[in-house]
Write a protein that binds this ligand. Sequence first.
Ligand SMILES: C[S@@+](CC[C@H](N)C(=O)[O-])C[C@H]1O[C@@H](n2cnc3c(N)ncnc32)[C@H](O)[C@@H]1O
Length: 253
Amino acid sequence: MTTAAPGLSTRMDDMREYQQFAQFYDALMGDGSSRSARILEAIDHFNVDATSLLELGCGTGSVLEGLASIPRLVGLDTSAQMLSAATAKVPSAELVLGDMTNVNLGTTFDVVACVFDTVNHLVNYESWESLFAGVARHLRPGGLFIFDLNTIGRLHQLVASPPWVHDFDGNTLIMDVRSDGDEVTLWDIRVFAPAGNGGFRLHQENIRELGVALDTVRTTLATDFHLLREEDDSGGPPSDESSRAYFVYQRLA
Ligand SMILES: C[S@@+](CC[C@H](N)C(=O)[O-])C[C@H]1O[C@@H](n2cnc3c(N)ncnc32)[C@H](O)[C@@H]1O
């Protein structure tokens, strides 16, 4: 079931991302099983009793689908199109149309997750701070905050790379990542899909991501959280040049 967070409609009108892209998202991004497995491994490793989990920016529900062993699952996203796919995929989850920088569900969870560079989608650092404050409000003491980030180095690398051209399901994707100033990147995503007349229909979407120095994030989180683990793709310590940084934090009592 999908519900809308109260007082949200005006704000949501400004959030137009993941409308066109939603219908192609799963075919392009694959399933979320590796992201779900990483979350389950952290819960197990740190021996946390997890009977409830909130995923911020849950998208099409690919991660929630792999977390079905957790009795209470809640997913929140700004894109009604993405949530529509999630409704079909994880009917047992409670899905909320809402903004993760301004979330007040009036309850706490054992785990809050925000994965697949979803945090980077907030394009000013004040929004990251609002997100982290919201996570602190929604986690019980001792609960886990599990998230990952695209690093500044990774985003610079994507800007320097040629556009990614990829054929899938009869469609063609062209994705070009460009600088949009001040560590903001603009992801120009175009999907050319076959149209009935033998031509193609263009589905275009612009998504932005912000890169932030990992030390800035660590400093902000130190107020309400204790760092349990941080690693890069190879399991080593992450840096601003790593391709991705994975974090597990624990809510302080
Ligand atoms: C890269 S997708 C990740 C989806 C999912 N977590 C996964 O791993 O497949 C990012 C998602 O974050 C959502 N999103 C972006 N900004 C958001 C915000 N301010 N509040 C809630 N969701 C947001 C997008 O609509 C999109 O579904």
